[in-house]
Design a protein around this ligand. Sequence first.
Ligand SMILES: [Zn+2]
Length: 317
Amino acid sequence: MAVKGAHITPNIEIKPSLFEVLAADSLNSTFYPAIKRIVDVTTAKPTVFGGLVRYYDEFYLVFNSLVQGYYLKQYGGSLAEVFYGLTRQSLRNKTFATKDRNLSFAVLVLVPYAVRKLEKACASWKEDYENAKHVSAHRKLIFRLLPYVQACYESVKLIHYVSYLANVTKNHSPSLRILGLGLSYLSEEEESWSFKDILQGKVRVGTMMSAVLLRWLELSAFFLQFIEWWQTEANVGDLSKLPIPEAPEPDSNAKKYANVCPICLQKHIIPTAVSVSGYVYCYRCIATYLQTESRCPVTKYPATINDLIGIFTGDDV
Ligand SMILES: [Zn+2]
């Protein structure tokens, strides 16, 4: 039976579930905002680490390069993938060659950095454009196209998830499809040693340090999930604390017509405001005026009888 079974076994491929690959993806996207949150909190005094906040993208690029570079070389997957016990494998020959590693590094580290930079540039171009500053035609085109490109990418990603779930494809994401890679379970070959081995010099310091780093990063991953939740909570909290906008500046004529109707120059009878200008008149005065003029008598802003608002100060009761 063993002989018969031997040729069947390699054909049974255990594919990681969609839940696992999604969990790895979502953990991977947690690192950037979570570490940013830590940096923001620890650098509350901007004089000390101000540069870290300003060049956070570059700081994160270096951090991500070191971490992902190490994990790809050592375990053949990103930190998040290894955390969920997954590893990358070429779909053609079931290996993870240097070329696959370098391309994975580019997709995991360099592409997100470039995309973030582009998004920030687009946001600032858009702001300039909205503030009536000069923005070149190709920049305008880029910031207008970006949301559509992102929406397309998200749709393609969703199609990949669905086809992965339906067993149509072996890659769950467009980037892995382009690289010709799939995810599979990491084989349990952890290096283990005892204190005796360390004392006898059997364990290299490098191996030990990398194992310590791995444990630390894995613990941090849990911590980062918590931080993400914390950030979401903080954002929700901030929404209810939006700053109160500045009070409107008084108009130059406001003093002239203080407590009197600008038309009859008497105390208001049934005080009524024109909503487009804020000036208050007697109801009769302004209603008659608007029938012929269709504008606020003081500011000349276009107004109709529908722009009148009754003012109830309690003075006339
Ligand atoms: Zn009046």
